[in-house]
Design a protein around this ligand. Structure first.
Ligand SMILES: N[C@@H](CCC(=O)N[C@@H](CS)C(=O)NCC(=O)O)C(=O)O
Length: 391
């Protein structure tokens, strides 16, 4: 079996591999898809439904990611794995932006489907820009989400990568995307489809009997010829620990902080609109609906999220504590980054999550009340140095 050639530090892969859970490369067994139809102008009923649905969509979107990333006990593993998903043809979507880096030697043709300020999407972009990759961006409309209709998971970030046989392989989940691409960039001889197959999606029933799924090994890098001597086991473990912390802890502090009050929620959505160029990409009515209804919905939802994650009313205090912990871990290394002289995947994950609130009052407060600024802007500088330009 192909997986025998790969080593991964930790027991997960070996355990799942021995249970026969790891998929073999599944060429020839791909799901088929007919591409999305062109956008139509919405009718009155549709407009009304959109208005009513917006709060719910934004709410469930943000609440959804927090729910998925929660590490609850997994009551019952159904042990169903989902096959890799491929499209035969590229979907009928508008490319919003092209990032071009002439120094990119990866040979990968990547399209990222995203919301500009989603923390998980910011994490993926931080990694891709730091790696100097060229890629196309599709800014997904958070209301209709037409551009990801083709996707079985209906979440962002999601990615399509062109395979040598001309199909499009879908990668989902920010941490899986980063691990699979990072593994590929270490050894471009590896096949991206085969690499993706080492991150199987496994379903389980939670304690309430609800079917959920998660991606195995998503914090693990896959090394074809064993762990490179240049990295120690401890370094890899530490990197995984903080990547997990970024997804399971830090990210849950963002919504309660950026939507803390009605005014902050509105400011935050105005900033989303600016950086996501909503005025450019969406009609005015839709942009305004997204800003006003979105801000109101998220202000309300953030209260529920605060309870779910057992945060006190002093939500700023929680994020300051988290950042103090992170800065403490970096300082202990006595190097500019957790990864040493260069940011590692944990630096990029923490940076990515934080950059999702860079234009918010909560971020300015973090700069004023913690020591995060030095590290944050040092990572940003490294990313800016490596990244391609908008074509
Ligand atoms: N674990 C996933 C979480 C992704 C996620 O929940 N994304 C949100 C947006 S921030 C989403 O797409 N929610 C569904 C929706 O918007 O309908 C990851 O790391 O990529």
């Amino acid at each position: 079996m192909a997986s025998n050639r790969f080593t991964v530090l930790g027991r997960n892969l070996i355990r799942y591999s021995s249970q026969g859970v790891l998929p073999r490369p599944i060429f020839g067994n791909f799901s088929r898809f007919s591409s999305t139809s062109a956008k139509k102008s919405p009718g009155t009923l549709k407009l009304t439904l959109k208005g009513l649905g917006l709060g719910l969509v934004l709410g469930t979107g943000y609440a959804g990611y927090t729910f998925v990333t929660e590490s609850k006990p997994k009551a019952h593993l159904v042990n169903e794995k989902e096959e890799l998903f491929f499209l035969d043809t590229f979907p009928n979507v508008k490319i919003t932006r092209k990032i071009v880096n002439p120094a990119d030697k990866s040979g990968l043709k990547i399209t990222l489907f995203q919301y500009q300020t989603c923390p998980f999407c910011c994490k993926v972009r931080a990694f891709m820009d730091h790696s100097g990759l060229s890629y196309d961006i599709v800014e997904v409309d958070a209301v209709l989400r037409q551009d990801i209709k083709w996707s079985p998971t209906k979440k962002v970030p999601t990615m399509l990568i062109k395979t040598p046989d001309g199909k499009y392989l879908q990668l989902t989940d920010s941490s899986m995307i980063i691990s699979a691409l990072a593994s590929f960039l270490r050894d471009k001889e590896q096949n991206i489809t085969e690499l993706a197959s080492f991150y199987p999606s496994i379903s389980y029933h939670d304690e309430k009997g609800k079917k959920k799924s998660d991606i195995m090994n998503k914090y693990f890098l896959m090394f074809k010829d064993g762990t490179p001597r240049s990295i120690s086991k401890e370094e890899l473990e530490e990197e995984r620990k903080w990547r997990t912390w970024a997804d399971n802890h830090l990210v849950h502090l963002i919504s309660p902080n950026v939507y803390r009050t009605k005014e902050e929620a509105l400011e935050t959505f105005e900033w989303f609109s600016d950086v996501g160029e909503w005025s450019e990409h969406f009609p005015a009515w839709e942009r305004n609906l997204m800003v006003y209804v979105g801000a109101a919905a998220m202000w309300a939802i953030s209260k529920r999220l605060k309870k779910r994650h057992e945060l006190s009313d002093d939500v700023r205090g929680h994020i300051y504590d988290a950042l103090d912990r992170w800065v403490g871990a970096v300082e202990k290394k006595k190097t500019p980054f957790l990864g040493g002289k260069k940011p590692n995947l944990a630096d990029l994950a923490v940076f990515g999550v934080l950059s999702s609130m860079e234009g918010c009052r909560a971020f300015t407060d973090c700069l004023d009340n913690t020591q995060i600024a030095g590290w944050f802007y040092a990572v940003k500088e490294q990313i800016m140095r490596n990244r391609g330009t908008v074509a």
